[in-house]
Design a protein around this ligand. Structure first.
Ligand code: PPS
Length: 394
């Protein structure tokens, strides 16, 4: 009909061939236009999505820095106002995991320090890499706390365990359950790093172990809190403690004067903190009023130096973590005389604890050491019995 219409109305007197050609030409022109419109429209719709997806996928295949920057771009494009993070939780988990895995693979290029600034800097570096992006995860109260003991090796344990991708830790000692309890749990939570649901939040404050109120306070925060205690021969610990105090206050009395009420009688002064801290069994009794023994893990301060991977393996088991921190992460630094973390290939910075860890101790009379050994022996034996492990300090 169309053909007849065209042949009769548009070209009434042309020859048959020309009319046929004109009809086919018009028809193909219309068809081409129709196809073009269809393809163009659908491409416009699809392009918006596929381009977005393509960008997001590309970003996931590059380094951790870019993952966060670009993923943020994906987020912003979904939420043009940029007022809230519209990235799905699954995406967040994946992105953060990739980032953290990259981080642990390369080892953070920040040296250990006495003060935890180095690691604080690392934390800041992670979040700042977002270039103003929303921070990932939430601040949570700690699931695990290194509660003691002072000079036991607590810094080493924290710095070694926090290279695990599923652990995030506060670098500084919060002293919440002893000095800052009045500030409240929100203040405490505010100090914590952001973590994903799959990650453990940790802190260390060695003075908790000897703080009478600490077990009750921690238990009222959460009865499920896992506790880690790094213990060390109490005599060596006391000397280490004294060496530290002496380095800050050179005018204090000698170790012997402080350690004994009366040196000739050999009565040990248990009111001196450096002595009292080492009476582990007494403090442990207080903790056991609030926590079952199964919720407390004891790290040997001695083994931590001779076999850090072994001790860290047990810490990871206790925390329910995959054993990722292994002997591959450590080497013995002869100059320092202690195990250190292996350097990342990209950095020449040392990965040992700072100068205040592994100090040369003040020289103490052998007779004094013997008296203190005798003093601690019954406490040590009770402690071994209670925890079911012989630390061989005698
Ligand atoms: N890898 C490694 N490097 C350096 N030092 C190590 C390490 N592992 C354990 N230690 C021992 O840790 C002791 C310090 O313990 P703390 O970190 O608990 O001290 S503190 O309470 O936080 O001040 C510290 O005590 P001193 O040797 O008396 O300085 C060390 O013996």
């Amino acid at each position: 009909m169309a053909y007849r219409f065209l042949t009769s109305r548009v070209v009434p007197s042309s020859n048959r061939l020309t009319r046929k050609f004109l009809f086919i030409f018009t028809l193909s022109l219309s068809f081409t236009y129709l196809c073009y419109s269809l393809i163009f429209c659908s491409d416009t719709i699809m392009h918006g999505q596929s381009d977005e997806q393509h960008r997001c996928l590309l970003f996931q295949s590059v380094g951790s820095k870019k993952i966060l920057q670009k993923s943020n771009y994906c987020t912003l494009s979904v939420d043009p106002k940029g007022t809230r993070d519209t990235t799905s939780k699954a995406d967040l988990t994946r992105l953060e995991t990739i980032q953290i895995n990259n981080q642990s693979k390369n080892f953070p290029a920040v040296p250990f320090l006495d003060s935890p600034r180095g690691f604080g800097a690392l934390d800041r570096k992670i979040t700042n890499n977002n270039t103003g992006s929303p921070k990932f995860g939430n601040k949570k109260l700690p699931n695990a706390i290194i509660v003691g003991v002072k000079k036991g090796g607590t810094r080493a344990v924290l710095e070694f365990i926090r290279i695990h991708p599923d652990v995030r830790a506060v670098g500084t000692e919060p002293h919440f359950f002893d000095r800052n309890y009045d500030r409240g749990l929100d203040w405490y939570r505010g100090l914590m790093p952001r973590t994903l649901d799959s990650q453990i939040t940790m802190e260390k404050t060695p003075s908790y172990f000897v703080t009478r109120e600490a077990p009750r306070r921690i238990s009222s925060m959460s009865r499920d809190t896992k506790l880690i205690v790094v213990v060390r021969n109490p005599v060596t610990r006391a000397i280490s403690d004294y060496t530290q105090t002496l380095s800050k206050k050179p005018d204090i009395p000698t170790f012997e004067v402080l350690a004994f009420k009366n040196k000739s009688s050999g009565v040990v002064d248990t009111s001196w903190n450096a002595i009292r801290i080492g009476m582990y069994v007494l403090h442990l009794e207080n903790w056991l009023q609030y926590f079952p023994l199964s919720q407390i893990h004891f790290v040997s301060g001695e083994m931590l130096i001779t076999d850090p991977a072994g001790e860290l393996g047990r810490v990871q088991d206790f925390l329910g973590l995959k054993r990722i921190v292994t002997d591959k992460h450590f080497y013995f630094n002869k100059t320092k005389g202690f195990p250190c973390l292996k350097k990342p290939e990209s950095s020449s910075l040392p990965r040992c604890l700072g100068k205040s860890k592994g100090r040369t101790h003040v020289q103490i009379d052998q007779e004094v050491i013997e008296k203190l050994r005798e003093f601690y022996r019954p406490y040590n034996i009770k402690f071994y019995e209670m925890v079911g492990h012989d630390f061989r300090w005698d």
